[in-house]
Design a protein around this ligand. Structure first.
Ligand SMILES: O=C(O)CCC(=O)C(=O)O
Ligand SMILES: [Fe+2]
Length: 351
């Protein structure tokens, strides 16, 4: 193996493992402080929502909205089943995602960027803009809806990538907006209130690639964080690794077959003035199998000012989060390597 000082970390962990297949010890740059070591933990019993209930008779819709409200309040994450997106499309998306990571390094490095706001970005660890304790992950991110703005920048390789990702992102957005409508109602707002706040907002796809790791208990794929947007719709290749912090305890999350996970992001915690909580989560890695996850986040337009929804804060209620431009919030969150929910904390009026 090349000497550790020469470890070219920006080439990513997939490349590292392929160029040093006999690697038995984790290079020290990846060893995280002991207190952040992923312990073996229990599985979380997160709520399962049958999304078809939103199309049903009015009493079924009411009980589904209530179940979503409770999940947003107590967990910040839930599983959805009967969501209407075909397994075939999900599998195709996973396949083109995997094929992208299998391209040679030179092809992938065409998309490398240190700018966290770049429209299309390939990278590794948390971000490549500054030195930090390294994480066992390569990633690829790009904007989705509205497609006209960035479609022409998405990868041309693998050849099916653009078309498959477009169809997937389109269907995922429609599903996400259905959930946003239910969340709006659950907060006592008009059902289109939040969708209108989001407007032609951003959709961001993040594909995460976590290769088998020689000492998985000493590092993480992704450090603890909450997502910055409204909702993240998450799927994976059948290998578990996600953990959530629930009442100060880390718990593992199992993906049910044919389901998606829905994460509540900071935008909803802010908009609901703290009634709904974004979920703090992290990704662990394992020694045997490559894990791939595809997260699709939905948020408002980058130039929107985000803050608690006016109808939810009357004179008696104290505003819990200072308004901020969404783009500035993303930069604040993404450029920090100290994660957890520190970016959200920075918006507290009396921090
Ligand atoms: O790999 C996972 O399950 C989580 C990914 C994630 O949290 C993210 O991309 O924001
Ligand atoms: Fe996340």
């Amino acid at each position: 193996m090349e000497s550790e000082s020469a470890l070219d970390w920006k080439k990513g962990v997939k490349n590292l493992m392929e160029s040093s297949p006999k690697l038995k010890k984790l290079p020290p740059q990846f060893v995280l402080p002991l207190e952040t070591n992923p312990l073996s933990v229990n599985y979380a019993e997160i709520p399962i929502i049958d999304l078809s209930g939103l199309n049903g008779a009015s009493h079924t819709r009411v009980s589904t909205v209530k179940a979503i409200a409770s999940a947003c309040q107590h967990w910040g994450i839930f599983t959805i089943i009967n969501h209407g997106i075909s397994e075939a499309l999900k599998e195709e998306m996973m396949k083109v995602g995997e094929e992208f990571f299998s391209l040679n390094l030179r092809e992938k490095m065409k998309y490398a960027s240190d700018d966290v706001m770049s429209s299309v970005r390939y990278g590794t660890s948390l971000n490549t803009s500054k030195k930090h304790d390294l994480h066992w992950r390569d990633f690829f991110r790009h904007y989705g809806h509205p497609f006209e703005e960035t479609f022409h920048l998405w990868p041309l390789n693998p050849p099916q990538y653009r078309n498959v990702a477009r169809e997937y992102l389109d269907e995922v957005r429609q599903m996400a907006m259905k959930i946003v409508g239910a969340i709006s109602e659950s907060l006592g707002l008009e059902s289109r209130y939040i969708e209108e706040c989001l407007g032609e907002g951003v959709q961001i796809l993040a594909a995460n690639y976590y290769p088998p790791c020689p000492e998985p208990h000493k590092t993480l794929g992704l450090a603890p964080h909450s997502d910055h947007g409204a909702l993240t719709i998450l799927t994976q290749n059948g290998v578990d690794g996600l953990q959530i912090k629930h009442h100060q305890t880390w718990l593992a999350v199992h993906h049910l077959p044919a389901s998606f996970l829905v994460n509540i992001g900071d935008y909803f915690e802010i908009l609901s003035n703290g009634k709904y909580k974004s979920v703090e989560h992290r990704a662990t890695v394992n020694a045997q199998r490559t894990r791939i996850s595809i997260a699709v986040g939905h948020g408002p337009h980058l130039s929107s000012l985000i803050g608690p929804a006016a109808p939810l804060v009357d004179e008696k209620e104290v505003i819990q989060y200072e308004p901020i431009k969404y783009e500035d919030y993303i930069r604040l969150q993404q450029s920090s390597t100290v994660r957890g929910k520190s970016a959200l904390q920075a918006l507290r009026p009396n921090k």
